[in-house]
Design a protein around this ligand. Structure first.
Ligand code: ADE
Length: 228
């Protein structure tokens, strides 16, 4: 899978993409992540990519020309399945959406900034708008990093253990059961006996019950499919 990110702060991605699973996915050739400086696509001598909004009001608006040029420059080279814009008023990212995105070949993520982008970009060039939660970030870069992380780890072969992505919280609308490691007893805080029993079938049943109980208690909306 190839992900092209258009941003005015490419350096913000250096940390998140150069560690752990996302780093390994790139090294294995399973994910290609390309960062593009939006300012490289402006003809303005000051490399300006924002301007005042018509009708006034507070805040600057991302200009149409550099964004259109950046997106179209990429689209001239290959087909993109989605051109995503990160925005607090987009569709909320959830696990089913991450699953679907992970099956795509090429996607563009445009990081929003300032007061937003010229609406005509959303109308004509963007195919999907995604929010990572009901709060406002200072820019779309962290959202783009979150989307990329959630998606890349699902690409087959990225996680060492193939089943582990399928047993994540939220797959099947359930949160994960509790997990334990050594020691069996820490200050009298004990690992549940069942996990030490060696009875695989009963352990699987226990884990499922725990998942259901936890979901009821912590995230009941998931069971009713209410959570967005
Ligand atoms: N940009 C600012 N806030 C955001 C959010 N919650 N999700 C995605 N992009 C954003």
């Amino acid at each position: 899978m190839r992900i092209d990110i258009i941003t005015i702060f490419p350096e913000m991605f250096e940390g998140p993409f150069s560690h752990s699973i996302i780093k390994r996915a790139q090294e294995k050739g399973l994910a290609e992540i390309h960062l593009h400086q939006l300012r490289d696509f402006t003809n303005d001598k000051h490399r300006k990519v924002d301007d005042y909004a018509f009708s006034g009001g507070a805040g600057m608006v991302m200009m149409i020309e550099p964004v259109a040029r950046a997106i179209e420059h990429l689209q001239e080279q290959r087909h993109y399945d989605e051109v995503i814009y990160t925005s607090p008023d987009g569709e909320l990212l959830d696990q089913p959406m991450a699953n679907r995105l992970s099956t795509l070949e090429n996607i563009i993520i445009l990081c929003g900034h300032y007061k937003g982008i010229d609406e005509r970009i959303r109308e004509h060039l963007i195919t999907r708008e995604i929010s990572i939660g009901n709060y406002v970030l200072s820019g779309g870069e962290l959202a783009a990093a979150v989307i990329t992380d959630a998606v890349v780890r699902l690409i087959p072969g990225v996680l060492g253990n193939e089943v582990s992505a399928l047993t994540d919280s939220f797959q099947n609308n359930l949160v994960s059961p509790p997990v334990y490691t050594r020691p069996r007893d820490f200050r009298g805080w004990k690992v549940p006996d069942i996990l030490l029993s060696g009875n695989e079938k009963r352990i699987e049943e226990w884990k499922f019950e725990q998942s259901v109980e936890r979901t009821k208690k912590r995230r009941p909306g998931l069971l009713k499919n209410e959570e967005q």
